[in-house]
Design a protein around this ligand. Structure first.
Ligand code: DGJ
Length: 713
């Protein structure tokens, strides 16, 4: 049983395969106190009880759901203002209910008839628990919510504790930071109306852990708007982690009888280091977050023409690219920006979602049919949340944009943002997307979003409700995606926001994959991909093979190998491909199709770090662990001449014998046969010289290989 209530000590014990999470009722006060989060312990009696808390802790500082009030001036989850001006919340325990892996704890501020229900879902297999909260106004007066986070969590306050998080910017997303946790608060947040590339709603706290050993506590927020995770080192025993919707510039008027639900804050634990933590996160996302219908379907190899033709798309040039893409085995052809309105550059056209007749005189269908006769699916780019001031839509509905009167309307990429919190804007987007997908045989949508919110005004509602824009925008965004998925179930959706600017497990509930970064340099990409792997599954990570930095900067093989660490795409200008390039690309696409199930559905192991090591190597093992793939890319900035590398594998059975080979099935070149133990201890020798060649024969230091493994019978 994953959830148990110990009547005697009044504790709720939530257990997964390897994790225990415990809280209890402090009878004297009617409060719920957090008691334990860590390794699963053998007996119920092994977990702490309320009486074990030190006095100060017991009074204020480890509430399972902390509020502003109850002597708590520390970071909290809930802050409200009642209609009489009272701003302290007093929550008391009422009841609980268990149903399978779900638990609800009911609390209430009796005087004001505010009920707060804490929800828990225990995901045993992945050592993960999801938490969220429902807040209901059962009074006859409105209640102003000023802060409503999803959960407070606590970990041990030990000097070894380090905080890991992901940071970056456009073109260099998902860089991992690791730092000491000192007194005070570290705030990870977004205030720009989307998840943002600057910080990602993911944290991991470790205690001298490495990839294979040590304790790692982690969490992710399912929210694609303004979010906040505060890590607060407190006096006495604990470090608190509080996460949810950002309270900055936020308030919500909860009307009588109204109920509001916070986003999920999932958290988990690994006592086998970061690899296990990441693998559990990946498989949790595949099994519990990604839309069910396509979660375990293999992602298709796509071609996206953006870097080849940018805005200059037309029926003719897309057909030419489509033909060439089909030639190398691409399964999905995607036309990006520029096909609609008067969209010839980024100054005009956003909002005018009709086909540009100069570029596509007979609409999109001739191109779509052509792509289909070539045996590929067809995909299209949209950016529904935006409008250019130079557009018919803006001229007709200037009041639809997020803005304040008497203040500038700041442009980013020459565009303004539609206020999705408005029902009429939501309807506009639903209608045009629905028409687009109904009238055309479209299999794939890349949904882009290329700016931040600045002047966050919503002047058409009363001032006291204007700050609700931050949440109503996101709820409507989710509603639209949900509706479109249900109405057009065959369509696959990609989430893009100037690259990886809106990657989180909130929108991931509706999107099948994400565009990771606009930076498609195959070497820069390695650090981005490495950071990404801590928090998100390889399957959802799209990587394109492009001509970034000039076609001849990197060998085509290196470009392919870098992009094969997740789901493969191609964005190079195929018009510049030589026959040799075509042959190589055809080979690599075929090769990827052979390994993609292992990469997309298997277990990923980081064997080195791109920033510190001479090479970047990632291993993937199939679900049954009988087959594997090792992707190896040299880091020429650290690699010495005549260096030799023994790459040590992971996750293999000690006594089993594995054949290591290279190449396509049927043409394979066997390298060595070794036991799992030997492959882990001795490793595989990959190279002993730094001299290598472009496919053309020119010398390069960007060398890469992919090796395969098969367990022998
Ligand atoms: C930003 C995206 O990240 C790119 O991939 C591309 O779709 C452009 N927008 C198109 O404007």
């Amino acid at each position: 049983m994953p959830i148990n209530f110990d009547k005697e000590t009044k504790r709720w014990l939530l257990e997964t395969e390897n994790m225990g999470y415990v809280f209890g009722l402090d009878d004297d006060q009617g409060k719920i106190k957090n008691l334990y989060w860590g390794s699963k312990l053998p007996r119920v009696q092994d977990y702490p009880e309320v009486k074990d808390l030190i006095l100060m802790d017991r009074y204020t500082w480890n509430d399972e759901f902390s509020v502003r009030g109850e002597k708590n001036n520390l970071e909290h989850c809930l802050k409200v203002e009642y209609s009489d001006g009272v701003r302290d919340v007093v929550l008391n325990y009422k009841s609980f209910e268990v149903s399978g892996n779900d638990l609800v704890i009911r609390l209430s501020d009796d005087h004001y008839n505010l009920s707060v229900n804490l929800f828990y879902k225990v995901i045993e297999k992945y050592d993960i628990i999801e938490r969220w909260v429902e807040i209901e106004n059962n009074s006859n007066e409105e209640i102003k919510i000023e802060d409503m986070k999803s959960a407070s969590l606590y970990v041990e306050n030990d000097e070894k504790a380090k905080l890991n998080y992901l940071t970056g910017m456009w073109g260099s997303e998902f860089h991992l930071r690791r730092e000491e946790i000192n007194e005070g608060s570290k705030v990870l947040e977004s205030r720009v109306g989307k998840t943002s590339a600057y910080l990602n709603p993911f944290f991991a706290i470790d205690y001298s852990a490495d990839e294979d050993r040590g304790k790692v506590y982690f969490g992710e927020l399912a929210w694609s708007g303004n979010w906040k995770i505060v890590v607060q080192k407190r006096i006495y025993e604990r470090i608190a982690i509080i996460g949810g919707i950002n309270d900055w510039d936020f308030s919500y008027i909860l009307e009588p009888s109204e109920k509001i639900t916070t986003p999920k804050f999932m958290f988990g634990f690994s006592d086998e280091g970061f690899t296990k933590a990441s693998q559990n996160i990946h498989h949790y996302q595949l099994d519990y977050i990604l839309p069910k219908d396509k979660a375990h379907k293999l992602r298709k190899v796509l071609y996206n023409s953006w870097e080849a033709t940018t805005f200059n798309v037309n029926e003719e040039n897309q057909k030419i690219l489509a033909e060439k893409a089909a030639k190398i085995g691409v399964e999905l052809f995607v036309i990006d920006d520029g096909w609609f309105g008067k969209r010839n550059d980024d100054h005009a056209g956003l909002g005018d979602w009709y086909v540009n007749k100069e570029k596509f005189p007979d609409g999109l269908q001739p191109l779509i049919s052509y792509v289909k006769t070539l045996g590929m699916d067809f995909g299209i780019w949209v950016e529904p949340e935006m409008v250019n001031p130079n557009s018919e839509l803006y001229r007709k509905h200037p009041d639809w944009v997020i803005s304040f009167p008497n203040r500038p309307k700041s442009l980013q990429r020459n565009q303004l943002m539609l206020n999705l919190a408005r029902e009429d804007v939501k309807k506009f987007i639903v209608d045009f997307m629905d028409n687009l997908l109904t009238q055309n045989d479209i299999d794939f949508v890349k949904w882009d979003m290329n700016r931040h919110v600045f002047e966050s005004g919503w002047m058409q509602v009363e001032p006291r409700k204007q700050r609700e824009i931050w949440v109503k925008y996101v709820w409507n965004l989710y509603d639209i995606w949900k509706y479109l998925r249900e109405k057009h179930p065959h369509v696959t959706f990609e989430n893009c926001s100037s690259g990886g600017g809106r990657v989180d497990i909130g929108l991931m509930q509706y999107a099948d994959q994400v565009w990771t970064s606009d930076n498609t340099d195959p070497f820069d990409r390695l650090e981005i991909q490495e950071g990404f792997s801590y928090a998100y599954a390889p399957k959802i990570m799209m990587g394109w093979v492009t001509d970034w930095g000039g076609k001849d900067t990197y060998p085509l093989t290196y470009r392919f190998h870098s992009s094969m660490m997740g789901s493969l795409g191609i964005g190079a200008d195929l018009n510049k491909f030589s026959e040799r390039d075509f042959d190589l690309a055809r080979y690599q696409v075929q090769f990827y199709k052979e390994i993609r199930e292992i990469v997309q559905e298997g277990y990923q192991f980081r064997l080195s770090y791109v920033t510190n090591d001479r090479y970047f190597a990632v291993e993937y093992l199939s679900k049954n662990k009988d087959e594997g793939v090792l992707i190896y890319l040299r880091n020429p900035r650290r690699f010495g001449l005549f260096d030799r590398v023994d790459v040590k594998l992971k996750g293999l059975e000690n006594d089993a014998v594995y054949t290591v080979y290279e190449g396509l099935q049927g043409e394979e070149k066997e390298m060595i046969k070794l036991s799992g133990k030997a492959l882990k201890e001795r490793g595989i020798i990959i190279e002993d010289s730094s001299k290598d060649f472009f496919e053309t024969g020119k010398v390069t230091h960007f060398y890469s290989r992919i090796l395969r493994l098969r367990k022998s019978d």
